[in-house]
Design a protein around this ligand. Sequence first.
Ligand SMILES: Nc1ncnc2c1ncn2[C@@H]1O[C@H](COP(=O)(O)OP(=O)(O)OP(=O)(O)O)[C@@H](O)[C@H]1O
Ligand SMILES: [Mg+2]
Length: 248
Amino acid sequence: MSREPALEVRAVSKWFGAVQALDQVSLRLGQSEILALLGDNGAGKSTLIKCISGVHRPDVGDVLIDGEPVELRSSADARRSGIETVYQDLALFDNLSPAANFFAGREETRGSWLGPFALLKEKAMASHTEELIHRLKVNVPARVGLVGLMSGGQRQGVAVARAAAFASKVVILDEPTAALGVRESRAVLDVVRELPKAGVAVIMISHNLEDVLSVADRAVVMRRGRIVGEEVPTEETHERLVGLIVKG
Ligand SMILES: Nc1ncnc2c1ncn2[C@@H]1O[C@H](COP(=O)(O)OP(=O)(O)OP(=O)(O)O)[C@@H](O)[C@H]1O
Ligand SMILES: [Mg+2]
């Protein structure tokens, strides 16, 4: 395994018109590390992860994977580099089943050469999806339901399962438990904890410090587009983290 950080952001700045959303942000994510990204509303957290996942291009600065600078022009680019992201504003298709959502945008891996076997492949997809969703203890009628008919928590479960299944390098979760009940939150956090065992590092944005305390190796706090501090999350550093979030 490389000793370089799994992912590094160097002096990234991003403007939206006159608004500077990111101001010289630098961040390192260790191999198999679980990093929490904290900060108040509008701090720049989602913008930062969108710069890592190919949704936004940084105006200034670099993104490196395993120590190599990369140019991620799209989320498909990021996926090819092993980075899977669950966005705050969930990108699922309402008119597709969970199984079809699972593989949406990955048709290249299915391959039209399958010809008469395509139907079998579809069946395999559906059962693979069901198995993963079951592991996440998300209560979803995987074969029948359309995602549009699912609750926020069920949708979140499908999205997290999809990211965990496909990531080879980094999983990025933007508020993964915000819409979830206690039981479903716990199941998502269990999956997060397992990812490092497969060599996958995690960036998790959260407003829930209890969640952060229970899974993260390190917590970085953003405020007004800058990183203002970091701590190893423990009972002892809890107050300091709250202070950093509120006052920067
Ligand atoms: N697409 C966009 N166009 C214009 N401004 C944007 C866009 N995305 C974000 N911003 C602005 O950039 C700043 C940072 O927003 P961002 O969404 O990154 O914050 P956040 O830390 O994720 O907040 P929250 O906790 O509310 O999700 C805000 O001032 C926001 O209004
Ligand atoms: Mg956000």
